[in-house]
Design a protein around this ligand. Structure first.
Ligand code: F6R
Length: 353
């Protein structure tokens, strides 16, 4: 049942801390700073690593590919429907990761099967034990998010981000006690976000907006895409996510007083400073700004509203920031009286190409 929540989606958003603890359980060593995932041992593979997925899982795949590249492994995320094994230089030492909550998405299964026929080694990252992807791939990593009933994927995305972080660390032999501490801190940090009412207030303020824009750079870019997808799916309103740097290359023409811009900006680095520059560009045009941020005064000065996240390193920060966007989408849809758990026209698992 819904355990007292009005919708499965809200219940599943609240299950993220426990889902992530489960995803991490027994897979990290604080002593060595290593991921101890029991995966791909003895498998030889060459770069580039290719990730295939659809929808929300594709956003997680973009996040995973960006992390692999950060840690020195050439990697690419490809939409499963756009994946054609014969157009890629796949060999018997290629590694293809399929990211799929259900393990039953037709496009993703087709891409994985084509990769296998080309001789590649395949790894499924999935939530469903015994699913087609789990059965057919050479290797499987379960994300352990627990059953997801709501059509809109929420807790599975967070667990995919965490599982992909571990897989990327494993593949790149990245060792860091700080990373492990940071992964362990995510559940409590998400709980802090869940305990605030900021997202609900923002949703009430902007429920009648014409359109919603989401911007983020680097690891926040997939989160901006995911924030927009969640908004579209459950509110039926127009929303778009952009890389923060792309705004001035076209989308800026669309912004105005009726189009709030949700800007993901955390940390102190150059990337954050550039995003602040992007915020100023839209702010100067009278556009409402909602900043998802960890408390920088110069961000809060330009923002009409702030959705706070604890001060964390970039990976954890992206996972936690996304929760604020899930909550905004949920509360806008709730304000508008939408059928949140079963949005029109959508199915939980898409078994046709
Ligand atoms: C969005 C959503 C879909 C799925 C997509 C892939 O909330 O649920 O975009 O993410 O259909 O599904 P899986 O991960 O089961 O392959």
């Amino acid at each position: 049942g819904k355990s007292g929540y009005d919708h499965y989606m809200l219940k599943e958003i609240h299950e993220q801390p426990s889902g992530i603890r489960e995803c991490l359980r027994g897979r990290l060593s604080e002593l060595t700073g290593r991921v101890t995932l029991d995966l791909l041992e003895g498998t030889d593979w060459d770069e580039p690593v290719t990730l295939v997925a659809c929808g929300t899982s594709y956003h997680a795949a973009l996040f995973g590919a960006a992390l692999l590249r950060r840690w020195g492994i050439n990697a690419q995320a490809i939409l499963a429907s756009q994946f054609h094994a014969d157009q890629l230089p796949l060999t018997s030492s290629s590694l293809v990761l399929g990211v799929t909550q259900s393990g039953e998405t037709a496009d993703t299964l087709r891409a994985l099967r084509e990769a296998q026929r080309a001789g590649a080694t395949t790894l499924a990252l999935t939530n469903v034990v015994g699913s087609s992807a789990a059965r057919e791939c050479d290797h499987v990593c379960y994300i352990r998010a627990g059953p997801e009933i709501s059509v809109a994927a929420t807790k599975s995305f967070a667990s995919q981000q965490v599982a992909l972080t571990m897989v990327a660390a494993l593949l790149s032999d990245h060792r860091s006690r700080e990373l492990i501490e940071s992964l362990r801190s995510i559940p409590d940090a998400i709980q802090q976000v869940l305990d605030t009412t900021q997202a609900r207030t923002v949703a009430e303020t902007y429920r009648d907006a014409e359109s919603y824009f989401f911007i983020g750079r680097d690891l926040h870019y997939p989160v901006a895409l995911e924030g927009a997808l969640k908004m579209k799916e459950i509110t039926y309103k127009h929303a778009e996510g952009f890389a923060a740097g792309e705004l001035k290359h076209g989308p800026l023409a669309l912004v105005g007083e009726q189009t709030p811009v949700f800007a993901l900006v955390t940390g102190e680095g150059r990337a954050a400073n550039k995003t602040i520059g992007n915020i100023k560009e839209v702010e100067a045009r009278g556009v409402p700004i909602v900043a998802i941020t960890d408390g920088r005064a110069d961000v809060e000065r330009y923002a009409d509203h702030v959705l706070s996240v604890p001060d964390l390193e970039p990976i954890a920060s992206s996972v936690v920031a996304n929760v604020q966007l899930q909550l905004v989408a949920y509360w806008v849809a709730n304000e508008l009286g939408r059928s949140i758990d079963k949005p029109r026209h959508l199915a939980k698992s898409v078994t046709v190409e």
